[in-house]
Design a binder for this molecule. Sequence first.
Ligand SMILES: [Zn+2]
Length: 747
Amino acid sequence: MQRKGKKMASSLSRRFFLLLTSGSTLAARAAGMLRPASAGVRGPTREPSGDCANLFPGLPASQEGLASGTGGQQAVSPGRSGAAAATRWQRSADRKREMTRDVVWTSHEPLYFLRRRGGDQFDDEAEIYERMYDPENLKRMAAAGVRCGLLHFYKGFGLEYERSQIERTRRAADLMHQLGMKVSLYIAGTMFIETLYREVPGAEHWEQRDQDNHWVSYGMQTYRRYACPNEPAYREYLKLILRMGVEELHADEIAFDNLMLQPEPKSCRCPRCIQAFREFLQRRYPTQEAVARRFGLPDVESIQVNEWDPSQAPPSGVTVLNDPVLQEWVRFRCESLASHANVLSVYVKSLNPDVSVHMNIKGLYSFNRYWTNAVYHPLFASHVDVISFDTGGYEARLDPVTGALVSQIRSYKVARLLPSSCAESLEDELRTATHMAFNYPVPVPGYAGAPYYHGANHVFTPLLEFFREYNDRYYTSTESVADVAMLLNWPSMAYSINATWVPTTLMEQVLIQYKIPFDILFDEQLDRLGQYAAVILADQECVSRAQANALLKYVQDGGTLLLTSNTAEYNEWRQKRHSNPLLPARREGKGRIMYIPHIVPAMRRTPNPPGDELNPEPGATLVRGHAMRPSEWVLPQNHREIYQAVVEGLPEGPSVTTEAPLTTVMELVNRPKTRETIVHFINFDQNSLPPFRAGVRKQFPGPIKSVMCFSPDVDDPVGVKSQESGGQVSFVVPSTRLYSMLVIAHE
Ligand SMILES: [Zn+2]
């Protein structure tokens, strides 16, 4: 009984949103649960380094060093604690694991949902749920220092049907608050037709309708249907529930799930959407002349949204969006989804601005999610406090087959500028270290703080204990330092199904692995251009005249523009230009434009695999379109030349230089209130890094007080000898197994 309870808990927490969508089988859950809570300590074993260049044709010799590691961070081998066994972090983790041995961790799913869905549950699930709500269970959590729990609140079955469960959640939330814990309430985003439609007359009219006037379901769960994002009555219904959550259950956070639309041919074409689309077009093209120039039609009323004929032109055959109506349609869908979510977010904040708003909109991956799922992150800016990415296939690793360094680093970078925190499973060390280095902890009172949040609240590892110790002191109130911005502009990324995403991903990969501090910018953030020494447009084929002018102004003022391949060959409607306003490469004003003809992929692209590897929400999206697999994120063949060009484009050089290998990543932040510069290094290789030299450009005036190295493998930080010259601080980073944090303090 206890064993099962523990299993349940571990699994639910491990893939907290993923579970409901999934995907994941009972066997997988059981396997996950059998792992000790210390899972994530990387295994001691390592396959002998093979000649991967031979194993993987197309992998250049320069990648050998990358490919030689097995990477397999997924390997769990508690025996490897080795050096860490005696640390205070290990002792603390052991103690808390012991204290929480019998705890049933709270779940975002109600029992009736598990029953209706079937699968992924044990035969004594009801007893497990009883134990979950036992006050003694919650007290044990609090005693071990757990500060936050995610509780199920509204799944979509209907408020009346769920009321008794909500009452139970209310009692648990009250007790958790008394015990000093924060409470996150989960709200799913689909309608369960068997109960809701009986309970709420007219709810069936909230449904999305595809081109055949057919409902749109949650994958195979056809009893769960998506509501139209343009249906106000559905939002009003959700507001009733939100008010209850905030005012009666005193939620610290509201966690919205299922915030995505379905790919073509399943996009909603209900009368509401068609009307809203026409109004959207009218706003963008207010005159007859504008409509005629854009669409070749007399007025927006005449516009018909393209439909799909699976026998002639299935959506999976689309590689580029040249059709002006489809170009507008993809934007309209993104705005519809974001507007729906943002109205709810504004409502929550109007009830209590301290409540954190969590949205499961996932991160940035190497395929067009604007087109696939209508998720365009900048539209959520300042309305989302936490983004979760419960995606399959993106686990941090050196891919054991290709050597690709896979991480969610680009998602973290997108989130920081929104600004938003990220929610991530912290059960394995490499993901945790990435989270520590790259997550932005949003300063909203309802947010529990990264080392106490959903992905972390049940994880007691030496690394998490280290994180908890230092969180408030070193991981909060930081500002990223970036020399370079990658500009991902709307038309280039939105109108290309895959072609633009590959070079963009590979360029980001070069910046990540060469440890160039960078940000990812979208059109909405062009006003930040001046903050960067260089701006990169990697195959951004569609650049409007206005954007080209802004970029040229940036160059004239002293910036470096680094362009690749076909950048700016088209305008923002993807019409070919006779002459490119940004090329040829040249000096202009105080700055310069540089050009790299081609980012040469090192791997031949392979067809999409069957199964869920690329699935943004396993089980929920049947059609995914083309996607670059994370295992294909192998550095491009000309990665050295690209790196050299980037460095050449930085008049003062990069803010950080290091001799750490390409299997190490770095994040650079300032902490103004303590006058500290913090450099995080994460070693993705299984082998420890020998000591390496690093140089950091001074970020604050005044002499250096100290440079300290913090490692989860030793009890206390060690002082590092440093030298200062020419505005640079140089030092040697001690040997690093997984993670080192260097803190440069100024007088
Ligand atoms: Zn609709």
